[in-house]
Design a protein. Structure first.
Length: 100
């Protein structure tokens, strides 16, 4: 089945395979044929993005401009990714057991 949305930087995707199944991420860059680098700002941070095959992802209709996530300028931060995902309805579900 052909994916209706392109896997391009700024696209929000959902992981459908692997340990991070069900998680929402932002594509940072294309890393080759069928492979992208993704991050969500918490489990997979900007410093160490996850390399993932596009066949293990489901693209969502939302695409963000990565430069617009940091309107005051400067480098993109993990908090910017978390804020952008939450603002678009893709916030990570957190249970009380995970917190300290």
């Amino acid at each position: 089945m052909k994916e209706p949305f392109a896997f391009e930087p700024g696209r929000i995707v959902e992981s459908i395979q692997g340990r991070d199944k069900g998680g929402f991420f932002l594509i940072l860059e294309n890393a080759g044929e069928g492979i992208v680098m993704i991050a969500d700002g918490s489990r997979h941070r900007l410093e160490h993005p996850k390399k993932k095959k596009t066949k293990h992802l489901r693209a969502k209709p939302v695409r963000l401009d990565l430069r617009a996530l940091r309107p005051e300028g400067g480098a993109l931060q993990n908090s910017d990714l978390r804020r952008a995902l939450a603002a678009n309805g893709f916030a990570e579900e957190r249970s009380l057991c995970e917190e300290g």
